[in-house]
Design a binder for this molecule. Structure first.
Ligand SMILES: Nc1ncnc2c1ncn2[C@@H]1O[C@H](COP(=O)(O)OP(=O)(O)O)[C@@H](O)[C@H]1O
Ligand SMILES: [Mg+2]
Length: 249
């Protein structure tokens, strides 16, 4: 059997008396979309933060491509190829969509001397950045400042930035949030193709998207994984229905 790209073992994180992550073990396998679902406050975002490096776990291990990354900071994890959809606040608001992606291309190339060149005419930056914008369907908005993009367009831009960093795994925390039905449909189609480039750990509330995309689903409740399985396994699991799916039905 193939090795997991990302292997999480017995991860724990408390906030005071609250066990936000209570012994989570989970694998992200090559080529898969592994959806993580669960009620509000279950600890999904807290888990993603520990994987990306913005929160430090209390205990447990995170192995990425065979390397223990629990002690590395966010930038080091990103350099190893752990891509996450960026929070809107990390966009340079006054810069165009294209320029934002170019910054990511530049970060990946690691060439700060480029600052001394006329950046916007540097084809080694503009061409890959434009290609990323095309892939997420934002090419026509390339020259619009990030601040003037719609909410959905910003989410698309965040994904273009994540792509530009050349990730070997993606962490997405509710990428459909705030998108209309058209946007969600387009993003679902896009994520479907993206799994060929790198596997995706996908936190998402939109169950249509989850059921359409997930190779496997893990259900998180009160910081614990109560079930992992295929879409059918999860839909038919009585404990899951009681703890989570039932509440929406
Ligand atoms: N920085 C923090 N400090 C204290 N409590 C937090 C912090 N972040 C999250 N929590 C708490 O941890 C629990 C899990 O939150 P979160 O991971 O955001 O859940 P989810 O993403 O599944 O909705 C919640 O009870 C939340 O209030
Ligand atoms: Mg959350």
């Amino acid at each position: 059997m193939a090795e997991p790209v990302l292997e999480i073992r017995d991860l724990k994180k408390t906030f005071g008396a609250l066990k936000a992550t209570d012994g989570v073990s989970l694998d992200l396998m090559p080529g898969e979309i592994h959806a993580l679902i669960g009620p509000n406050g279950a600890g999904k975002s807290t888990l993603i933060h520990q994987l990306s490096g913005s929160f430090r776990p209390d205990s447990g291990t995170i192995t990425f491509l065979g390397q223990d990354i629990a002690g590395l900071d966010m930038a080091a994890r990103a350099r190893l190829g752990l891509g996450r959809s960026f929070q809107i606040s990390s966009l340079a608001q006054e810069f165009s969509a294209l320029r934002n992606v170019m910054l990511a291309v530049q970060a990946r190339q690691g060439t700060s001397f480029r600052f001394f060149r006329p950046v916007m005419s540097d084809k080694s930056l503009t061409e890959p950045a434009m290609a990323m914008l095309k892939r997420v369907g934002l090419a026509e908005r390339a020259h619009v400042p990030a601040a003037e993009l719609s909410h959905g367009e910003r989410r698309q831009l965040e994904i273009a930035i994540a792509l530009a960093l050349g990730p070997k795994a993606f962490l997405f925390d509710e990428p459909m949030a705030g998108m209309g039905p058209e946007g969600s449909k387009a993003l679902t189609k896009f994520l479907d193709g993206l799994r060929q480039q790198a596997p995706i750990l996908l936190v998402e509330h939109d169950m249509d998207a989850v059921f359409a995309l997930a190779d496997r689903i893990s259900v998180l409740v009160y910081g614990r994984v109560i079930a992992t399985g295929t879409v059918d396994d999860i839909r038919n699991d009585p404990e899951v229905r009681r703890a989570y799916l039932g509440e929406a039905a």
